[in-house]
Design a protein around this ligand. Structure first.
Ligand SMILES: [Zn+2]
Length: 593
């Protein structure tokens, strides 16, 4: 399918989403066709009737369009979900139905696109999941938790399942080595009336408060006197919370919470990369869910007209069976890159099979994906320890891609196959992947817990941002984009990833990626204009240009001039998705509308 076909789609988004949600509920996940699209329009789009006035004008800003010329303009005009004027607002005068927002000189960037994260897992968290990725001290944790408790009933669980690390929760803000989790007593002081559960990464360690300790101990789960939980107790606790809390209504509420958080940090489009298949035992960690049902609460939220950020859905397959029966059925029975502007399917990823070695089904799975004309996305976390040691995962993956591309010539370039993370990739392998038209997704996840590796082959924590961006600057250079790999082992907050990419510093302010830093303009480009590509939507998303979908973020400070440390504090004060204000911190004035 070409981009032009997509651009000219005529059926309405709302009607599609009703159908998709119904299809998913009936077990045919996103296999919706053009049938049955007669549901009434959602409550949210009535303003769009035949009124000729622009819907929204933002004026007096420093609006970084991230277009090819890097234009910075002062105003944008939006109608029917698209930018109709980018520049100085002369052609489309304000009408009686137009809301006008005075930006008072604030910096605006395109809506951030996260080309590889686990938004669907975040939206299926048990309890009132509360991101701690922006907490830098124990008092920060206490304040965030107290604020959360103020908005929910007494007795309701407050949880943080992954996405942060004790490495940046300093007990003493002047001492970057003092990172630790809060204690039971510190959590009791913040949220005396709600049980709390805070877990790092996939499987802990974790901590709970007194209310949580009593409940967990009644289930035979071990909690220390300080509230600390270790071994498999965090996973047992998480299983208990999932089994007792996750009703369909709670999942939808969790989806809306996750979307609201995304809007507050400016991430307006998410390419979800799936989950480890849940077993419903205590061997499940934070990244486990049911890959066949976990999208339903999202589709229901979109179907109700309440989806406020865009979701793209990859299908993860990790079979060790050499016949990969589930992958085969997926390729036969689902549609790649099918949906509407708010929610749409993607390709196969971030796994196509279990393992990458010569004895795994990896190469055969790549052939099947290629034969079906789908995209494959995989991840790499490895590096060679010495020049002569065993191949790293990315080498096996690129060889598998090369073989699939030889059998189905051009498939990798045409359908934009991707390798994500690539901390240890080398110039030689970047060039091999570029030769067949493959692409790289980069992430700053090492920021949280990364250290300098012992390897002499890649003497940095990676990924080699500088090497890859420079490789992309050549004619026909490799295409790359930016992602978070949140929200278990990494934060969603894109400004933390931009901090890491531009400074090479981890959460303890140790330089772990020396010589590989890129500029703020470059990493913002990777997160915006370069990332539409990963969605096959570079004509629609990623820059502020006339005709494109109207997603933008008004920032609380100037990304281009704040100190490195203050990059971490950047937030949205106003987020627009699809031409509508979906997050408003209340600091901007407007009139009309
Ligand atoms: Zn991932």
């Amino acid at each position: 399918m070409t981009t032009d076909n997509r651009k000219n789609r005529s059926f309405s988004r709302r009607k599609f989403m009703k159908t998709a949600a119904a299809a998913a509920a009936g077990g045919a996940l996103l296999a919706g066709s053009a049938h049955g699209m007669s549901k009434p329009e959602s409550k949210k789009r009535h303003k769009r009737a035949s009124n000729p006035d622009p819907d929204l004008m933002l004026v007096n800003g420093r609006i970084h369009t991230m277009d090819a010329a890097h234009r910075i303009v002062s105003s944008v005009t939006i109608k029917d979900g698209r930018f109709v004027e980018v520049g100085y607002s002369h052609r489309h005068p304000q009408g009686s139905g137009t809301r006008v927002i005075d930006l008072r000189g604030r910096t605006v960037v395109p809506g951030i696109i996260d080309n590889h994260n686990h938004m669907v897992l975040m939206g299926n968290r048990p309890g009132h999941h509360t991101p701690l990725e922006n907490a830098y001290s124990i008092p920060d944790v206490q304040a965030i938790y107290a604020a959360r408790a103020a908005g929910i009933p007494h007795g309701a669980w407050i949880t943080t399942v992954g996405g942060f690390h004790s490495n940046h929760i300093y007990a003493n803000p002047a001492d970057a080595t003092s990172g630790r989790l809060p204690t039971r007593a510190e959590l009791d002081a913040a949220v005396p009336n709600n049980p709390a559960f805070i877990e790092i990464g996939f499987t802990g360690p974790a901590v709970t408060n007194s209310a949580g300790k009593a409940i967990f101990e009644s289930q035979g789960i071990t909690v220390s006197d300080t509230g600390a939980m270790s071994g498999n107790n965090p996973s047992r606790a998480l299983l208990y919370l999932r089994q007792t809390l996750l009703t369909p209504a709670e999942r939808r509420r969790s989806v809306i919470d996750a979307m609201n958080y995304a809007a507050s940090v400016g991430v307006t489009t998410h390419l979800d990369q799936g989950a480890f298949q849940a077993t419903n035992t205590a061997s499940d960690g934070a990244a486990h869910e049911d890959n066949f049902t976990m999208h339903i609460p999202f589709l229901e939220v979109y179907g109700q007209g309440d989806g406020i950020v865009r979701l793209r859905i990859n299908f993860l397959h990790m079979e060790s069976d050499p016949n990969t029966p589930e992958l085969v059925q997926r390729l036969k029975n689902a549609f790649p890159f099918f949906g509407d502007d708010m929610v749409r399917t993607g390709g196969i990823g971030e796994f196509i099979a279990q393992g990458t070695s010569a004895t795994s089904p990896f190469a055969a799975a790549a052939q099947k994906v290629a034969q079906a004309g789908w995209r494959a996305e995989v991840h790499s976390l490895g590096r060679r320890q010495t020049a002569t040691s065993n191949p790293a995962d990315f080498e096996l993956e690129i060889m598998g891609f090369e073989a699939a591309n030889a059998a189905f010539p051009g498939i990798v370039r045409e359908t934009r196959w991707v390798i994500a993370h690539v901390p240890g990739i080398t110039q030689e392998w970047i060039d091999r992947l570029q030769t067949i038209g493959g692409n790289l997704s980069l992430t700053g996840w090492q920021y949280l817990a990364g250290n300098l590796p012992t390897s002499s082959v890649a003497p940095y924590a990676g990924p080699p941002f500088r090497m890859i961006v420079d490789s992309g600057d050549r004619p026909d250079g490799i295409h790359s984009g930016m992602s978070s790999d949140g929200m278990q082992i990494a934060p969603m907050n894109p400004w933390l990833h931009m901090y890491y990419a531009t400074t090479g510093l981890n959460a303890r302010r140790v330089l772990i990626n020396p010589g590989q830093q890129i500029t703020r303009q470059e990493v913002l480009g990777l997160y915006t204009s370069r990332n539409g590509w990963f969605l096959h939507e570079e004509e629609q998303l990623g820059s502020i240009e006339e005709g494109k979908l109207a997603d933008l973020v008004v920032l609380n400070s100037d990304y281009f001039s704040v100190s490195d440390d203050d990059l971490k504090k950047i937030r949205s004060v106003l987020t627009v998705v699809d031409g509508e204000v979906v997050y408003n911190a209340g600091v901007l004035r407007w009139h009309g509308g």
